[in-house]
Write a protein that binds this ligand. Structure first.
Ligand code: C2E
Ligand code: MG
Ligand code: MG
Ligand code: MG
Length: 285
């Protein structure tokens, strides 16, 4: 599928044959030991201000360096980790590692305006009772301010969310952690519902950016994006766009009032050193 191929530069030439060869069962049984063996690693993709093009943060994207099959993208193993419950310790590891990395960038940067870090949360982590205390502990141990962290939750995870589910997110938001609604626009959620959610950022799904690639862009899609942006801004939410692959898209989205962007046009996900270099180039002009 385009999604996994897109995010993963290591994808083999024939991902379908590869997928057939790697049984789900095999991956599922290998998951727990993979965490203990340190086979997971994180790539970082910059988030850029559309106004001035500066890097203001990064999203942490987990990968699995499988001893036989090479690098696997999250679409290959996150669903399995969710089904087996391993997502809770794996997600905690990602959070810890990403927060530590964000603090390390901040310490290296001789320029004010610290880099922020975005981390994806799976629905299982939302219902896990340790979410708030783990997050507090991880931030404190790394010495990172809560407002440098943004947790991304998909729109579909929050559809019909009751107060019990929203409570930990509200607590985190009160501490200063930003919550972003990921893949926004794909989940058919009730827009009026947004007011109930402790969300600061909408991440507009890549499908909107993609439809902008066609020329002329679908005027209805453009109107939808404009509508979402103005609704978001009227609710004091920032808008991030995913999947920006061309300068023309970036310009179009900037003119439509989107705040930040992420995509191959700026950089593919990569090792932490690269992100630091990108951010430093920006800081020094
Ligand atoms: P997402 O959070 O929506 O992340 C964005 C995905 O779009 C990433 O795919 C990224 O590599 C890809 N992408 C970024 N820019 C472009 C672009 O310009 N064009 C195209 N075609 N693709 C682009 P990736 O890394 O394969 O991640 C897929 C999904 O896996 C993520 O979607 C996220 O939902 C999930 N994920 C990744 N890391 C974690 C994690 O630590 N925990 C959990 N629970 N989920 C994760
Ligand atoms: Mg995300
Ligand atoms: Mg996303
Ligand atoms: Mg997405």
């Amino acid at each position: 599928r385009a999604k996994s191929a897109g995010g993963n530069r290591y994808e083999l030439a024939d991902p379908e044959a590869d997928a057939r060869a790697i049984t789900r069962h095999g991956l599922t049984t290998a998951l727990p030991t993979a965490l203990n063996r340190g086979e997971f690693f994180i790539e970082y993709q910059p988030l850029v201000h559309l106004g001035d093009g500066r890097v203001h943060g990064a999203e942490a994207l987990v990968r699995w360096l499988h001893p036989q099959h090479g690098v696997l993208g999250p679409d290959r193993f996150i669903p399995l980790a969710e089904r087996t419950g391993l997502i809770v310790p794996l997600g905690r590891w990602v959070l810890q590692e990403a927060v530590r990395q964000a603090r390390a960038w901040q310490e290296k940067q001789d320029q004010p305006g610290p880099l922020r870090i975005n981390v994806n949360l799976s629905p299982c982590q939302l219902t896990h009772p340790g979410l708030v205390s783990d997050t507090v502990e991880i931030l404190e141990r790394a010495g990172l301010e809560p407002d440098a962290l943004c947790l991304e939750v998909t729109e579909s995870a929050l559809i019909g969310a009751d107060d019990a589910l929203l409570k930990p997110l509200r607590r985190l938001a009160e501490m200063g952690v930003d919550i972003a609604l990921d893949d926004f626009g794909t989940g058919y959620s009730n827009l009026a519902n947004l007011r109930r959610l402790p969300v600061r950022v909408l991440k507009l799904d890549r499908s909107f950016t993609q439809s902008m690639q066609q020329y002329p862009a679908d005027p209805v899609d453009l109107k939808i994006v404009e509508g979402i942006v103005s609704l978001a801004h009227s609710l004091d939410l920032a808008v991030t766009v995913e999947g920006v692959e061309t300068g023309a898209q970036a310009e179009q989205l900037r003119m439509m009032g989107c705040d930040t962007a992420q995509g191959w046009y700026y950089a593919r996900p990569g090792p932490p050193e690269r992100l630091h270099e990108l951010a430093l180039v920006d800081a020094t002009g």
